[in-house]
Design a protein around this ligand. Structure first.
Ligand SMILES: Cc1cc2nc3c(=O)[nH]c(=O)nc-3n(C[C@H](O)[C@H](O)[C@H](O)COP(=O)(O)OP(=O)(O)OC[C@H]3O[C@@H](n4cnc5c(N)ncnc54)[C@H](O)[C@@H]3O)c2cc1C
Length: 320
């Protein structure tokens, strides 16, 4: 056999349907698919529904896409995958992942409830998180417009406006101090006893941030989702243009837990420098991993994971 052929001979690999299956088609998943498509890798992207920021009118702070509607960002991401024929995107939720020695078998459920299974050499989880909103009437209705979670995403839009920060304990102080960069009219509403230390109260006071510990009844806003008032049990109404909250969150999908992945104390999937989880061959990217959560950062993490996956696959195909 000629030397050149020998050099390029690919050792036997498991005969799987795909090299990589990506679970989730948000910023992280689509970005990973783009990089893997450019590596000529057979990839299936499973799109289980809307991204986390769907209730928001725009994605802010995304280089070249500042102000784009979240659905438009995803549409563009999918459109730009079209030239890469080895990449397929399918509307389906992954309901199960079985681990074998050198490959995985994923079960997909379509909108009709029909299930199919496919095998793959590597899995990338990009399934996002769900936000847990405080149980106050109006929170959910105004979420993403009048109720905001991140001043980096939305602060500029509400700069110099009357703002509130809702929450208790340490986290509300930190968020309020941060928000005061965008407006000098900020009030902290703790909805009952706030548990703020004397030092926290002093820091708020020094920054000109008012504190109101009265119990609240609801948030009032428009049909479009804009906030008008914070309504207190006393009947008092406080006019505000937006309220920031520190929402707890959880993994949107139980897959990582079912696979036995390790989690941080905050519930993110533990990954190594190659974005691989504690389960070999299972990678993770985007909001489900530790660190700052933004669409552009999720896309970057997806890209990073894709490069690491391609390099691992290449090493497996070209052993020393
Ligand atoms: C209200 C709001 C506004 C925001 N505004 C901004 C902003 O202006 N700028 C900014 O940079 N960031 C913003 N963010 C943060 C941004 O939305 C996230 O950082 C980003 O969406 C994370 O991308 P991701 O791909 O990790 O997850 P997601 O975008 O949430 O995508 C995860 C995808 O996985 C899918 N999925 C889940 N489980 C399964 C399964 N079992 N099978 C198949 N698919 C599955 C989901 O349906 C979803 O499509 C905002 C967040 C919120 C909540």
């Amino acid at each position: 056999m000629p030397a050149a052929t020998t050099r390029h001979r690919v050792p036997a690999q498991p005969a799987t349907d795909y090299d990589v299956m990506i679970v989730g088609a948000g910023s992280a998943g689509l970005s990973a698919a783009l990089v893997l498509g450019r590596c000529l890798r057979p990839v299936l992207v499973c799109d289980g529904g809307a991204p986390r920021n769907r209730p928001s009118p725009a994605v802010q702070g995304f280089l070249t896409r500042d102000g784009t509607h979240p659905e438009e960002l995803i549409r563009l991401g999918r459109e730009q995958l079209a030239p890469y024929k080895s990449v397929e995107v399918r509307e389906a939720r992954v309901t199960n992942i079985e681990v074998f020695k050198r490959y995985f078998r994923l079960t997909l459920e379509g909108s009709t409830g029909h299930t199919t299974t496919y095998t793959t050499r590597k899995v990338l989880l990009a399934t996002g998180v769900d936000d847990e909103l405080p149980p106050l009437d109006g929170m959910r209705d105004l979420w993403g417009r009048g109720v905001l979670h991140c001043p980096y995403c939305h602060g500029w839009e509400v700069r110099n406006k009357p703002l509130a920060v809702y929450g208790r304990h340490k986290s509300v102080t930190g968020l309020a101090l941060l928000v005061s960069r965008w407006s000098s009219d900020v009030i902290v509403c703790t909805d009952g006893w706030g548990g703020l230390s004397p030092n926290a109260r002093r820091r708020l006071r020094r920054q000109g941030i008012a504190l109101k510990e009265d119990e609240m009844m609801c948030l009032e806003g428009t049909q479009e989702g804009d906030l008008q008032h914070l309504v207190f049990k006393s009947g008092e109404k406080l006019a505000r243009q937006a309220v920031f909250i520190h929402a707890h969150q959880h993994q949107r999908s139980p897959l990582a837990e079912q696979l036995g992945c390790r989690f941080t104390e905050k519930g993110a999937i533990v990954i190594d420098k190659d974005q691989q989880s504690s389960v070999p061959g299972v990678y993770a990217a985007g909001d489900i991993t530790p660190g700052t959560q933004q669409a552009l950062l999720a896309a970057a993490k997806g890209s990073q994971a894709a490069i690491c996956i391609n390099e691992t696959l290449t090493r497996e195909e070209c052993p020393r």
